[in-house]
Write a protein that binds this ligand. Structure first.
Ligand code: AP5
Ligand code: ZN
Length: 215
């Protein structure tokens, strides 16, 4: 199964991606996690994208498309994959179509801007895996540390309120058009499109996502 998770920053894409990835035994491909790993490693890609990520802007389509095309040829993608944070622009979505990649499901997780700002300020992230928590809504078992590794959690650099607002603007301008793009694709290879409300407990949202994928 090939799935795209669509939604604004902080909608819970990464949170839900873990559960989908486990249930359907497909890898989570998060372009954000891949880029953050490159920044942390100080690789040429990391140096190239560091600044634009910190400001909440988008990395160039060319860079992202190259990264994803390479990733999906890896062995673990044979039975499908889950895109989290990709595609994010119309050209990125068109590049997938042009590469002959058929998507089965697009799931949009919808959350209003005001709720997003609250979520982001409480987010804590495990750098190594990209696992996310929220200090109130989804706390780790032990304060400040990752459930699985016991390693320290950090706050993402782009989760400052001002940067979050910029990311939301970028979302509305560049990514939101994908909602009607995917919603209106026709033909036998058009993905099934589902929009779910992203407000509720994490497990309730998981239930809605699974329902969208199962039906
Ligand atoms: P990326 O990492 O993709 O960031 P994003 O899309 O802004 O999404 P987030 O990771 O912030 O949110 P999420 O939806 O995963 O939410 P989460 O589950 O963590 O991209 C980062 C940057 O990389 C971009 O700004 C750009 O520069 C670059 N980039 C990446 N991909 C790109 C691309 N394709 N093209 C160009 N540039 C690209 O949840 C958020 C918080 O809410 C957490 O604290 C969580 O615990 C909490 N939460 C989750 N569910 C709930 C719930 N139901 N109720 C209450 N709280 C909840
Ligand atoms: Zn994420």
């Amino acid at each position: 199964m090939r799935v795209i998770l669509l939604g604004p920053p902080g909608a819970g894409k990464g949170t839900q991606a873990q559960f989908i990835s486990e249930k359907f035994a497909i890898p989570q491909i998060s372009t954000g996690d891949m880029l953050r790993a490159a920044v942390k490693a100080g690789s040429p890609l990391g140096l190239q994208v560091k600044e634009v990520m910190a400001s909440g802007g988008l990395v160039s389509d060319e860079t992202i498309i190259g990264l994803v095309k390479e990733r999906i040829t890896e062995d673990d993608c044979k039975n499908g994959f889950l895109f989290d944070g990709f595609p994010r622009t119309i050209p990125q979505a068109e590049a997938l179509i042009n590469a002959g990649v058929i998507i089965d499901n697009v799931v949009e997780i919808a959350v209003e801007d005001e709720d997003i700002v609250t979520r982001m300020s409480g987010r804590r992230t495990h750098e190594g895996s990209g696992r996310t928590y929220h200090i109130v809504y989804n706390p780790p078992k032990n304060e400040g540390v990752d459930d699985l590794t016991g390693e320290k959690l950090i706050q993402r650099e782009d989760d400052k309120e001002e940067t979050v607002r910029n990311r939301l603007n970028v979302y509305h301008e560049q990514t939101k058009p994908l909602v009607s793009f995917y919603g209106s694709l026709e033909g036998e290879h058009a993905p099934k499109y589902s929009r779910i409300e992203g407000v509720g407990s994490v497990s309730e949202i998981t239930r809605r996502v699974f329902e969208a994928l199962d039906s």
